[in-house]
Design a protein around this ligand. Structure first.
Ligand SMILES: *[C@@H]1O[C@H](CO)[C@@H](O)[C@H](O)[C@H]1NC(C)=O
Ligand SMILES: [Zn+2]
Length: 263
């Protein structure tokens, strides 16, 4: 723990590689240091300019199935069964990648007959998807990859509570969040118990569509499963997360199949 902390102080100096929502998958393998994103959510390196930053980010302007979108009645209810199995861990790496805060974990989710391996989960504030036009304070993305390299993201919306309740897994994840205020630094989560989340996922209904990564390279063909309903977050936890992430939501994209707004 102390060694990790000490090393993490050096990381901003060596962090030059790009990071994204596919961090940790075969499309962007994790390195031993913590890479920081080469794009942002503001101005000349923000979402309106992502496609111009690198040739490999071109889909951010030309892709016709981009995410996030507004989830309306045209987005179908998932008919296949979703079964999640995430092992509990005493702690996990929790990294500030500049564009998001990410937790490295294992697990498996099956969607119908197809198995996907959980690679990491990360946060967006405010939410990227909107549900019937409404945004939420926090959206969690659980990024999975199948043996054929295809990607599946389980998206969980959080809503502020009036009774100060918060989802335990969220509270445990961000236990030490103040120590990773600087992009490129890592810490560890508290003890992560996925039992409640598993049972929520295994009994929930989902909206599903095939869109894209919401960050460069905006790769298409990403299966989203957006859980109906919300998980609880209290004001104190929300403010702590927001003060570190600040803002990392791509603007709502055109309806699926339509020309990209930037094309
Ligand atoms: C609400 O919960 C937070 C922990 O998430 C705690 O620090 C705070 O004291 C609680 N506030 C009230 C009013 O109970
Ligand atoms: Zn994401």
């Amino acid at each position: 723990m102390q060694l990790t902390r000490a090393l993490s102080l050096l990381l901003p100096l060596v962090a030059t590689v790009s990071a994204s929502c596919i961090h940790g998958t075969t499309f962007h393998r994790r390195s031993s240091n913590v890479p920081v994103a080469d794009y942002s959510f503001t101005g000349p390196t923000g979402p309106l300019k992502w496609a111009t930053l690198k040739p490999e980010y071109a889909l951010c302007a030309t892709g016709k199935r981009q995410s996030p979108i507004n989830i309306d009645s045209t987005i179908s209810v998932a008919q296949r069964t979703v079964v999640a199995s995430f092992p509990n861990v005493a702690d996990a790496e929790f990294a500030n990648l500049g564009n998001t805060l990410e937790v490295v974990v294992d697990g498996t989710t099956t969607f119908g007959q197809k198995a996907y391996t959980l690679k990491q989960y990360h946060f967006h504030t405010p939410s990227e998807h909107r549900i019937a036009e409404e945004y939420y304070p926090l959206e969690l993305h659980m990024v999975h990859q199948a043996a054929d390299e295809s990607l599946l993201v389980i998206a969980l919306m959080f809503e502020l509570t009036e009774d100060n309740s918060s989802f335990d897994l969220l509270t445990a994840t961000v236990e030490d969040i103040e120590t990773i205020a600087v992009p490129g630094t890592t810490t560890e989560t508290g003890s992560l118990d996925f039992d409640e989340l598993e049972s929520i996922i295994n009994t929930a209904s989902f909206r599903t569509y095939v869109g894209s990564l919401t960050t460069p390279p905006c790769k298409q063909g990403v299966r989203f499963l957006i859980k109906d309903g919300t998980l609880p977050i209290n004001v104190a936890t929300y403010k702590r997360i927001k003060s570190i992430i600040k803002f990392n939501a791509r603007y709502t994209q055109n309806a699926l199949g339509q020309n990209n707004l930037l094309a």
